[in-house]
Design a protein around this ligand. Sequence first.
Ligand SMILES: Cc1cc2nc3c(=O)[nH]c(=O)nc-3n(C[C@H](O)[C@H](O)[C@H](O)COP(=O)(O)OP(=O)(O)OC[C@H]3O[C@@H](n4cnc5c(N)ncnc54)[C@H](O)[C@@H]3O)c2cc1C
Ligand code: FES
Length: 231
Amino acid sequence: MATVVVNQEVAEGVFKLTAQGRFSGKMGQFYMLRAGERYPLLSRPISIFNLTEDQIEFLVMVAGEGTARLSGLMPGDTLTLDGPFGNGFPQLQGKTAFVGGGIGIAPFYYALRSVPEADVYLGYSRQAYMVDEFRAASRGKVTVDVGGSILDKVDFSAYDTVIACGPHAMLHAVQRKQAQTGGQTQVYVSLENRMACGIGACLVCSVKCKDGRKKACTDGPVFLAEEVVFA
Ligand SMILES: Cc1cc2nc3c(=O)[nH]c(=O)nc-3n(C[C@H](O)[C@H](O)[C@H](O)COP(=O)(O)OP(=O)(O)OC[C@H]3O[C@@H](n4cnc5c(N)ncnc54)[C@H](O)[C@@H]3O)c2cc1C
Ligand code: FES
């Protein structure tokens, strides 16, 4: 458990939630969060947005009841969190691009601490947010798109590694783009599947892969794009 320090709306329906405490985690990992100590069924997976010595930050977009409760937390309230979970991002070598769609931008801010030279692509449907923060954290190029397709702005062949996070349809498009581009680029997708337990016990997060079903929470959420069977 942790105490909320700040919960600031950074765009319509998007909140930067900061809680006090010493937490750990690798880039691309997530915590299971819920507002208060009750409603255990409403724990929701949220990526690490940032970690400091005595605080943890999340970027939360309101999608339904669980995230709405998180958005309503006030300074001094209790945040219940378990984690870190998931395998996080792979060891990154060579020239790297991070491609985020919507709230899928969240894990890349913390990832820039390990790979500040990566290029970052931020795609939004209506309103951009946290762009200045990304620009300040990055030593690479930061490209922003609002209302179009951020993927159109990424040349996969210019990179050794591409990691994309965002809605299912965007990640499917990432896989198609990789198939068209070919080449040596390693392309990964970080899936935003529904989750219930976060620890591999319930199968809610099942992912169809070419070599059978996997669990997004423990086998992922990061997979090679070519390995996932998108419906
Ligand atoms: C590893 C991981 C990291 C994530 N990181 C973040 C993050 O940093 N910030 C953030 O805001 N969100 C993040 N998400 C997404 C977030 O977990 C969901 O938005 C949240 O679980 C929705 O819960 P809810 O109770 O608010 O909405 P619900 O009431 O559960 O659902 C609201 C609506 O969204 C639909 N829905 C819910 N979850 C999904 C889904 N996964 N895919 C498609 N449709 C869905 C439901 O069918 C419903 O229509 C992450 C997800 C995963 C798996
Ligand atoms: S969320 Fe329960 S098995 Fe993955």
